[in-house]
Ligand binder design. Sequence first.
Ligand code: ADP
Length: 243
Amino acid sequence: MDNGSVGGLWSPLVRTEYLIILRHCLKTTKPLGESMVGSIVLFGPPGAGKGTQAGRIVELTSKPQVSTGDMLRAAVKSGSPMGLAAKEYMDAGLLVPDDVIIGLIQERLQEDDAGQGVLFDGFPRTIPQAESLEQIATVSSVISIEVPDDAIVDRIVGRRMDPETGEIFHVQFKPAPPEIEDRLIQRPDDTEETVRSRLEAYHNQTAPLADWYSDRGLLIRIDGNASINQVGVSVERAISRIL
Ligand code: ADP
């Protein structure tokens, strides 16, 4: 199943909302140059630990984290037509269409804190997304956190989030303190069935980007099949090569 088979979800209302955002972006896009240099892409399969490691990279680089997953979840929560349509894709483990994602990113990069580059988390996820990104920002490095499929299913199905702080825990690998255990939530797309679809989307649509970035000399591979701290050390090493 590809994006096209649920394309009918994009009602005229959603398209209109999207076109308004796009028109705004085309009017206000800043010229290319110094202002956009130095973005970092955090790349890897779902559940690779991108969100967990993003915190360290933000501390080390002071670049703001731009997570398309978080932006989409905020849109779902707001109940906007775009959010509601995106939810259908997300709950099915499919990628949200490129034009919507690119519109969101174009809008986000207009914000003042994006001037010195950002840390992209979960974006780009397709070659057309990477090609669009090339037009609006300079990517200086891509850190790829590599984890085999078998490890991913266990990681994602046990993943929990603290809705008050956004901190991510795992029932087995990173248990939450008992006093906050009751308020933890599980993402609706973190079920085993949906994880399998997300992995399929990853292998078909996203994984080819590793070669795409490698050909451009930007890819730094990291073994993500280790403890959070061990992966953190590798991430810090990669960042020290970049800075
Ligand atoms: P994960 O990396 O664990 O899959 P995310 O929070 O990054 O989780 O994304 C959740 C869902 O949001 C994805 O399964 C997909 O449906 C959608 N999504 C996020 N980023 C993108 C993107 N760049 N392109 C298309 N869909 C996206």
